[in-house]
Design a protein around this ligand. Structure first.
Ligand SMILES: NC(=O)c1ccc[n+]([C@@H]2O[C@H](COP(=O)([O-])OP(=O)(O)OC[C@H]3O[C@@H](n4cnc5c(N)ncnc54)[C@H](OP(=O)(O)O)[C@@H]3O)[C@@H](O)[C@H]2O)c1
Length: 271
């Protein structure tokens, strides 16, 4: 197990319910003081009271709508200024029901604000301090749809692909500088997100649905193993490595002075 920054405070977004609440519980159990962020102040207060009682850690709540730039700015300020914060779990996220043609575009934009803009800005607010002290963690909750966009419609999967790509670039930026980053790619996990998106989770076969505690425990086990990308349900981790290696094998071919032969006219110039 990697050393856990027991004294560092973890800020968890989307902590009022679902995956974020499970992260808050597990991180409190590990001894992390917490800052819990979401819109529902009452749910945050109830969770904070329970966690501080059960795990004897300090738990602050910071209610904010992360699609509002003014409210998000308060969270950014906390990340910038609170010297105790060393871990950020970018978990808050939502999806929009149906495909792009049926969706309200304002809802799609709000989803991109929550799933893409917020984690980027929150990470950017915290990162300089983590790099300066050479220690800290950023955990981004993406989705298995990041690598399987054909299993859904609309823009949700693309927001999750962004988080995966973003994590890989972030890793490159911080590598060797003491900051651990991780992208988590959960499959179908039993939370309220499905209901909010107008889908019945029980319409999926039972064997495809993971309970939230099991998912978060697996994701944290991947974190402890130092994984950059964790796919909680993937039985054989080597399958991910093979997928990643295939992608990396393309690197030397992705930028060349000449277009590939198949894109060149086969009509000789002097014909
Ligand atoms: N469940 C799955 O099957 C699944 C699979 C793959 C990935 N994920 C990802 O896992 C993450 C957590 O999802 P979940 O399944 O736990 O969903 P959830 O139960 O619906 O929880 C979403 C959390 O985000 C918060 N949130 C929503 N809109 C917000 C906003 N505008 N500002 C601030 N907080 C906001 C919610 O709290 P408030 O309503 O109080 O604001 C809640 O705490 C998401 O990023 C999701 O994309 C989920």
């Amino acid at each position: 197990m990697l050393p856990v920054d027991t004294l560092d405070t973890a800020l968890v977004t989307g902590a009022s319910t679902g995956i974020g609440a499970a992260y808050a519980d597990r991180l409190a159990a590990r001894g992390h003081p917490l800052v819990l962020v979401a819109r529902n102040r009452e749910a945050l207060d109830t969770l904070a009271a329970r966690l501080s009682r059960e795990h004897r850690v300090k738990v602050d709540v910071l209610p904010a709508d992360l699609t509002s730039s003014a409210q998000r700015a308060e969270v950014e300020r906390r990340l910038r200024e609170d010297e105790a914060i060393g871990t950020l779990v970018n978990n808050a996220g939502a999806s929009v029901a149906g495909g792009l043609a049926e969706a309200r575009l304002d809802d799609v934009e709000a989803m991109i604000g929550l799933n893409v803009v917020a984690p980027t800005r929150l990470t950017g607010a915290l990162l300089p301090r983590l790099l300066a002290r050479g220690r800290g963690s950023i955990i981004n909750i993406a989705s298995a749809l990041a690598i399987a966009p054909e299993l859904s419609v609309g823009a949700y999967a693309a927001t999750k692909s962004y988080l995966l790509t973003y994590t890989l670039s972030l890793h490159k930026e911080v590598n060797g500088r003491g900051v651990q980053v991780q992208a988590v790619l959960p499959g179908i996990t039993r939370t309220a997100i499905w209901e909010h998106a107008g889908k019945d989770i029980d319409s999926f076969p039972e064997h495809m649905i993971m309970e939230v505690d099991e998912m978060v425990d697996a994701a944290l086990a991947g974190y402890d193993m130092g994984e950059l990308v964790t796919v909680p349900s993937l039985p054989d981790g080597e399958e991910w490595n093979g997928y990643d290696e295939a992608r990396r094998r393309l690197f030397p071919e992705l930028s060349r002075s000449q277009a590939a032969d198949r894109y060149k006219s086969d009509i000789p110039e002097d014909a």
